[in-house]
Design a protein around this ligand. Sequence first.
Ligand SMILES: [Zn+2]
Length: 104
Amino acid sequence: MTFSKTYRWRLKKRLPSRCIVDEDGCWLWQGSLHTRGQPVMRHHDKYYYVSRVVAMLYLGMEIDSELCVLHKCDVQRCINPDHLYLGTQQDNMRDRWHGHVGNV
Ligand SMILES: [Zn+2]
């Protein structure tokens, strides 16, 4: 099941209201979290990482892309599109190596 245009539009309006913005400008997700702490949301009986949904909405990534969504800030709960960037699995590993938490 894909994300329809209407649904994407609604999400864009709705997502920020589910976050608290902290002093660093991080959008801290107040919804469900995965067991490892990443924000998740349900869509058509599937759970999605919110960071990937945000990357789809704002960064033009496809939701099932091979790319990883990584944080510029170190805040795993943050879904501010300005704090996210796309990288490869390799970038993700390097991030982990440096103690950052990447989203898979
Ligand atoms: Zn952030």
